[in-house]
Design a protein around this ligand. Sequence first.
Ligand code: TYD
Ligand code: MG
Length: 473
Amino acid sequence: MAKDKTVYVCSNCGQESPKWIGRCPSCGEWNTFKEFTVRRETVATVTGAFHRTPQAGQSQSRPVPVGQIESGEEQRMDMHDGELNRVLGGGLVPGSLVLLGGEPGIGKSTLVLQTVLRMTDKRVLYVSAEESARQLKLRADRLVPRRDGQPVDRDRFLAASGCMVVCETSLEQIFAHVRNEQPQLLVIDSIQTIMTETVDSSPGSLSQVRECAAMLLKFAKESGVPVILIGHINKEGTLAGPKVLEHIVDAVLQFEGDQHYLYRILRSIKNRFGSTAELGIYEMRQDGLRQVSNPSELLLSEEHEGLSGVAISSAIEGVRPFLIETQALVSTAAYGTPQRSATGFDLRRLNMLLAVLEKRVGFKLAQKDVFLNIAGGLRVTDPAIDLSVIAAVLSSNVDTGIENGVCMAGEVGLSGEIRPVIRIEQRVAEAAKLGFRRMLIPRYNLQGFDASKQKIELVPVRKVEEALRALFG
Ligand code: TYD
Ligand code: MG
């Protein structure tokens, strides 16, 4: 039997070291190294799939010229969910390990269970280490899809699904079930609640999470069975058992959204088999998550004719353009220090934009409370919505609504210039498609862009003042 080994791992970034160090050489954090023991006989005996141990000096691998490597399209597993397929880069790659992270209660279990229930052509093993089988069944009962507006027959639907459920927390037992059931897809809900006997520390601890994930990775690679791990995010917004997991897995998907709103966004943070620019949008309903294939229409449903403090922006999140509503409320600060608050938008960026308004356009906002909200509970990182943030703030400040049918896109620089944004054609096309009449765009974006074909009037602007003049006269 191989000897146990003691290693020290940085709890912040996963850097490993044979001895304890005070400051992590990789991420620079202090006091993050934790000791743990790994028994070295582990993985091979557990998965039972590994018999050939190479002799010393007798390598199994062999270098081949790059030109001779077979490429060809990877055969991907269809998840029967357009949004999820897209975020994964066209389906699940065989043998891949995918981590789905998100805050508790956001809908991770719902998303995965709903997906596997609809994969009638695949044998799926759903390992629940958090909920009892009864709880899972109650959830599954709600997740019956609709056909022509009517829910399909529940019992028939559940009977047709190839999903097996087991409530188990021991990884060794889970592998035993895998050997018996031979699933084509394995789901672990969640990585923080399972444990392996090879490491003695409690479930959810760094060493457990790391070792379990490494063993599951080895299983996935050897068997070709894709594994989906569900993982919780801690308060700081990082995956608990932090970066360690991100290094191990092939793809990290993050499920986010405000629990009090209906919309959920599935983002790809890392993907070895696809782009990380992809994004999926869902709506949480009584009967599970519904794919939102046209976000703009949902986000713009409200009537806001003549209301002040509302500006529409043509934003791009992921690869899709959509129109979103930025709402601002500016009022005189009643007590002392004025408040600034932003929902769905970076507060520091809002402060920066307010400073630009003060300094470059001469609006006095120092004694005003400013509240900003992105409608629908979305969190937007696209800098092109700067212009609509400024427009909404000003519209509220002067209590004048922006004309209907007008939208905008543009990043605002520190000197008040409107900077070009990426993929302007798509933004303009989306706005035109939704019936907008006028759109403010950065002047620089007009270069090499044939605007004559668009059924929308484009107003090129170079500075914040010009934009505000175009909007408010
Ligand atoms: P859940 O999937 O348990 O979250 P997680 O696994 O990320 O912790 O989702 C829990 C929330 O979703 C819960 O507040 C109830 C809500 N929900 C619905 O609104 N509709 C549904 O059909 C289901 C199953 C859950
Ligand atoms: Mg859950």
